[in-house]
Ligand binder design. Structure first.
Ligand code: ADP
Length: 192
């Protein structure tokens, strides 16, 4: 049973690492950004609401996001553990996640923070904009997303550090090297 949260600024590589860890650990990666983008692609009401915020680089309102994660964590495949990528992102979401886990009789095992300096983050997101054409990877929106992260999400690092759950890992270098560091931080070097 492994319940993990991945923290880190936009461009740190959370999505990439969440998928790799998911395969290694045999638990689902749950990305709020991916769920929002899937809803945008399908043209659902949730997607229409989310798109407005995402394209501006702002967070989708907590009420919408919390309800969506609550539903996702209730699904069968999340009962044996999960990797949350992109949630929680606000102190309100931290409280909500605590409530969800308490209701299900569980708790987080670790919060993995992936770090990278701002120059590298901007370089990666600019490259991704060219490759994937994500509508929130334009220069202005990237800058807003970094600011919103600093203001609303960076404080969560301290919150989880105080709980003794935080493990910080350097996100610079080759993708497999970062995965190895994350597994190491979880005490799972045997998985590499
Ligand atoms: P990144 O971490 O690179 O910004 P994501 O795919 O995780 O990319 O998120 C993209 C966008 O989805 C965010 O800018 C935000 O608008 C929305 N989003 C994702 N997760 C959350 C969340 N937990 N709370 C509010 N909005 C979110």
């Amino acid at each position: 049973m492994t319940r993990l949260v991945l923290l880190g600024p936009p461009g740190a590589g959370k999505g990439t690492q969440a998928k790799l860890l998911s395969t290694r650990l045999g638990i689902p990666a749950i990305s709020t950004g991916d769920i929002f983008r899937a809803n945008v692609a399908q043209g659902t009401e949730l997607g229409r609401t989310a798109k407005e915020y995402m394209d501006a680089g702002r967070y989708v309102p907590d009420t919408v996001t919390n309800a969506m994660v609550r539903d996702r964590l209730a699904e069968g495949d999340a009962q044996d553990g999960f990797i949350l990528d992109g949630y929680p992102r606000t102190t309100d979401q931290v409280r909500e996640l605590d409530d969800m886990l308490t209701e299900r009789g569980g708790k987080l095992d670790a919060v993995l923070e992936i770090t990278a300096d701002t120059d590298e983050l901007v370089r990666r997101l600019t490259r991704r904009a060219q490759l994937e054409g994500r509508s929130d990877d334009t220069e202005d929106v990237v800058r807003t997303r970094q600011e919103v992260y600093r203001e609303q999400t960076a404080p969560l690092v301290q919150v989880y550090a105080e709980r003794g759950l935080l493990r910080s890992v350097d996100g610079l270098g080759e993708v497999p090297a970062v995965t190895a560091r994350l597994l190491d931080a979880l005490g799972r070097t045997d998985e590499v």
